[in-house]
Design a protein around this ligand. Structure first.
Ligand code: UD1
Length: 422
């Protein structure tokens, strides 16, 4: 187990890169199962990525890793039973379902795991696959799927990111045309389509309200290294950290057009944001409230950024409110912020945050990925020293988070800990 020791109060200054997006890399890894030969993918150094590669290897893929590039050869991936322990560890294991079915006409798996941020059902994934001709039986916690994928017209009840990705991957090798209405439009969906198209898939409309896929018999391979887009949530987290601490940072690879909702809120708080190839933020550290944030599917405010915004709202002038519409259990970090002196009350899906003059360092514990990032931001902006346990959660989505922050001037160190900080 690891913890961060943070001494708050340092301004953040410098240039930095957010790196490859986890939420693009994970589905792209699943999609590598569909390729007709070797594919090379540039990957962020994250525990979720390691677990995903572990699953691919259990399914029979040959994997070579050189620095941040994985070369995956799925030609012997003829196993279709998902390894239970790894599947339960990460939510993205569910992305394997469409590709395994497309390859083997069979798939067997347990419900996926992931951070405890809500119920996270998979009904939209399963209902879409049923409409694509797959028989699905559930018995004693196991889900057995079998059948030939046949293109169909699908309408998603909710624009689920994971379900859209799964069904897109299933549609690529299905017989005939698959239409997905009301799909997710996140930039990572567009990136997955870019990867699939580089292998010969026929996809149109990704990023819009209708995706049309013309099934092909098989996909090819690609000689080029696939580089996922940069991580908009890591970029947003760094911007929020600078907003809260004060300073001047430039996130070189941040894609401003994917981050308009975040930029808008940071400007409302009084930060200067300059968009060029990347995003530069200048903050005095004296913030105003952003008034209200409500999370929605893209291009609405991303649920993966609400906790980080809550952390800086704690020290902003005035009252802010955050309504979480995507996941039902995403305020798990609030008690820790309160322990640091924040004034927050949660009413159902809405948190009301009344800004205080400053937060105080405390011993706190991360309980999920983005909540952990938010507590780190709060500790950086607070007076005094904090210990943040549960760094393993942060490692799921931020590669060397403490190194990124210390390169910008933060006083943060990783240490081994033997017990929880709380
Ligand atoms: C993805 C992201 C995650 C982000 C989330 C929402 C990855 C690896 N993860 O997660 O970081 O927080 O999008 O932007 O890309 N739902 C159902 N039934 C389903 C599927 C989803 O009811 O079959 C519900 C979920 O419970 C949740 C909402 O839909 O309330 C959004 O889930 P979804 O978009 O599927 O999120 P993920 O793909 O799990």
């Amino acid at each position: 187990m690891y913890m961060y020791k943070v001494v708050g109060g340092q301004r953040l200054v410098g240039d930095i890169c957010a790196g490859a997006a986890k939420n693009s890399a994970l589905p792209v890894l699943a999609a590598s199962l569909l390729s007709g030969g070797e594919v090379s993918i540039k990957l962020p150094d994250l525990s979720d990525v390691d677990d995903m590669l572990g699953i691919l290897s259990c399914l029979g893929c040959r994997i070579k890793r050189e620095d941040d590039i994985a070369v995956i050869d799925p030609s012997c991936a003829d196993r279709w039973v998902m390894p239970e322990k790894l599947s339960k560890k990460i939510r993205s294991s569910i992305f394997m379902l469409g590709p395994i079915l497309a390859r083997n006409k069979n798939a067997c798996f347990t419900y996926p795991g992931g951070c405890e941020i809500g119920l996270r059902p998979i009904d939209i994934h399963l209902s879409g696959l049923r409409q694509l001709g797959i028989d699905i039986e559930e018995s004693s916690g196991m889900i057995h799927c079998r059948g030939n994928l046949i293109g169909a017209r699908l309408h998603l009840d909710y624009p689920s990111v994971g379900a859209t990705e799964n069904l897109m991957m299933a549609g690529v090798l299905a017989k005939g045309e698959t239409v997905i209405d009301n799909p997710a439009t996140e930039p990572e969906i567009v990136d997955l389509a870019r990867f699939l198209k580089s292998l010969g898939a026929r996809i149109k409309g990704e990023g819009s309200s209708r995706i049309v896929i013309e099934g092909v018999k098989s996909l090819g391979s690609s000689a080029e290294v696939f580089c996922p887009i940069s991580d908009r949530i890591v970029a947003g987290t760094l911007l929020a950290a600078c907003a809260g601490c004060g300073g001047d940072i430039y996130v070189r690879d941040a894609r401003a057009h994917d981050m308009t909702a975040i930029i808008h809120k940071l400007r409302q708080m009084g930060c200067q944001i300059i968009v060029s190839d990347g995003i530069r933020i200048r903050s005095s550290g004296e913030l105003s409230s952003f008034r209200d944030i409500a999370t929605y599917p893209h291009p609405g405010f991303p649920t993966d950024m609400q906790a980080q915004m809550a952390a800086i709202a704690c020290v902003a002038r005035g009252t802010s409110s955050i309504t979480e519409n995507v996941f039902e259990n995403r305020f798990g970090y609030v008690n820790c912020l309160k322990k640091m002196g924040a004034d927050i009350s949660v009413h159902g899906r809405t948190a009301i945050i009344r800004g205080v003059k400053s937060l105080e360092g405390a011993k706190i514990e991360a309980r999920d990925l983005r909540g952990g990032a938010a507590l780190t931001i709060a500790a950086l902006a607070a007076k005094g020293e904090s210990e943040i346990g549960g760094v393993e959660y942060i490692d799921r989505g931020y590669s060397g988070f403490e190194n990124m922050l210390s390169s910008l001037g933060a006083d943060i160190k990783r240490e081994i800990c033997t017990k929880r900080c709380l």
